[in-house]
Design a protein around this ligand. Structure first.
Ligand code: UGA
Length: 441
């Protein structure tokens, strides 16, 4: 089948590559010429395991191409995926200008029936607005060509996006037209194995499902973070509590890991956007507000712990950071807890020596060259001349370091573990103080 994907960002590239992988003829279109040139030259602008190989393989096979030509994109695919960004505007609502601009282009250029698929995370009601935009653009040129707008939210986890697309838990298709539902079912058939994972529902329910999924996951994390603060204050160990509650299958073990807050491009933005959607229809979403507030506070926690340890005297201190990305297996730094910590440390006159397996280029891009930030080639070098170590991302390679080597390099033998990934007894056996989340030191 012929598929066009508007937006060659994270979601668009993964969707395009995976649809090409199963034999579709995919054209990815983006207004950013630099990005398209890069993709045409075989380079992939983001780090995602498996993506570069998949793009190369499918480009070479002639099933995947990249272009800046929007009209060509509209002419190409029966399916027109919209996977452009929806950055939050000033009040936290999702900004739909890119989505609606693609809709206008489709309306201006379409010559025959098109299925427009909203893949970007968009507020409830967006499919209707997209359809309206397309019809307006058609009316302006005096045509009235049939179309359907479908909501097909993505549920990709960064770092595991290819796997999530190829073997999805579910594929949500929101449409009021049963025939369109069947066409989407055919497109997704290669990914819909072993049992039927494709759910067709009405458009607004599909749109809300996306936000509901992220909001409940974010709620689990903030809930655990709140509990961890209580645990610490009452002298309990949140890690034992976590295992204790997770054993109840109604609660489950997933997404109840306490830490220094959730980040990324999805949870913070989506919780806020859902809260704004609720407000816009006159409902005050108290729980969502609390989820966000707890996360905001949690991102300050490591700084407070470090500052308390040094009696507030951070001027001239050097803090080593392991982990810059908002989570492992990605170079994404959006809303990463490391950013708040680094900025607070700099503000307090401390400097940072940091190591991350893949996010150092991104850190350099965001912060540029500065005298209070040193990026090192490996984790032990980050500790040289450092007063303390803080762990921000749960990369596997940080889990069992050579504790004696860590101890020898630190000026003050103290580790602040923002992800509770180290073994308390091993750290203390190596003669270091261990400060973690939700456990008394
Ligand atoms: C999230 C969802 O998990 C995906 O299902 C969804 O498709 C995606 O958003 C999206 O909307 O596009 P992602 O943002 O890639 O995926 O990352 P997660 O693995 O969910 O992690 C988010 C943050 O929560 C990270 O900072 C992580 O460290 C933190 N986290 C996660 C915790 O603090 N505790 C946990 O128990 C789990």
């Amino acid at each position: 089948m012929d598929v066009t994907i508007f937006g060659s960002g994270y979601v668009g590239l993964v969707t395009g590559a995976c649809l090409a992988e199963v034999g579709n003829n995919v054209l990815c279109v983006d207004v950013n010429a630099e990005k398209i040139d890069m993709l045409n030259a075989g380079a992939v602008p983001i780090f995602e395991p498996g993506l570069e190989d998949m793009i190369r393989r499918n480009t070479q096979a002639g099933r995947l191409a990249f272009s800046t030509d929007l009209a060509k994109g509209v002419a190409h695919g029966l399916f027109q995926f919209i996977a452009v960004g929806t950055p939050p505007d000033e009040d936290g609502s999702a900004d739909l200008k890119h989505v609606l601009s693609v809709a206008t282009t489709i309306g201006e250029c379409m010559e025959t029936y098109r299925i427009v698929v909203d893949k970007s995370t968009v507020p409830v009601g967006t499919a209707d607005r997209v359809a309206e935009r397309i019809r307006e653009a058609q009316a302006a040129r005096g045509v009235n060509i049939e179309l359907d707008v479908v909501s097909n939210p993505e549920f990709l986890k960064e770092g595991a996006a290819i796997e999530d697309f190829m073997r999805p838990d579910r594929v949500i298709v929101g449409t009021d037209n049963p025939r369109t539902g069947e066409l989407l079912r055919a497109l997704y058939a290669p990914f819909n194995r072993s049992h039927d994972r494709l759910m067709v529902m009405d458009v607004r329910s599909a749109e809300l499902t996306k936000y509901a999924a992220n909001a409940i996951l974010a709620t689990k994390i903030s809930f655990m973070n709140e509990l961890s603060n209580i645990a610490e204050a009452v002298g309990a160990d949140i890690e034992q509590v976590r295992v204790g509650i997770g054993s109840d299958p109604r609660i489950g073990y997933q997404f109840i890991y306490p830490g220094c807050g959730y980040g990324g491009s999805c949870f913070p933005k989506d919780v806020r956007a859902l809260e704004r959607t609720a407000t816009a229809v006159g409902y005050s979403a108290e729980l969502l507000q609390a989820v966000e507030a707890v996360n905001f506070r949690q991102k300050d926690l490591l700084f407070r712990k470090i500052s308390d340890y040094f009696g507030g005297a951070l001027e001239g201190k050097v803090v080593a950071l392991w982990g810059l990305a908002f989570k492992p297996n990605t170079d994404d730094m959006r809303e990463a807890s490391s950013r708040r910590l680094m900025e607070q440390l700099w503000e307090a006159g401390a400097s940072v020596r940091a190591f991350d397996p893949v996010a150092m280029g991104e850190t350099r891009r965001i912060y540029g060259e500065r005298s209070d930030l040193t990026l090192t080639d490996d984790l032990l070098t980050a500790l040289e001349g450092a007063d303390a170590l803080a762990i921000l991302t749960e990369w596997t390679q940080f889990r069992s370091p050579d504790f004696d080597a860590v101890r020898q390099r630190l000026r003050h033998p103290v580790v602040f573990d923002g992800r509770n990934i180290l073994d308390h007894s091993q750290v203390t056996a190596a003669g270091m103080t261990y400060v973690s989340i939700g456990r008394s030191p």
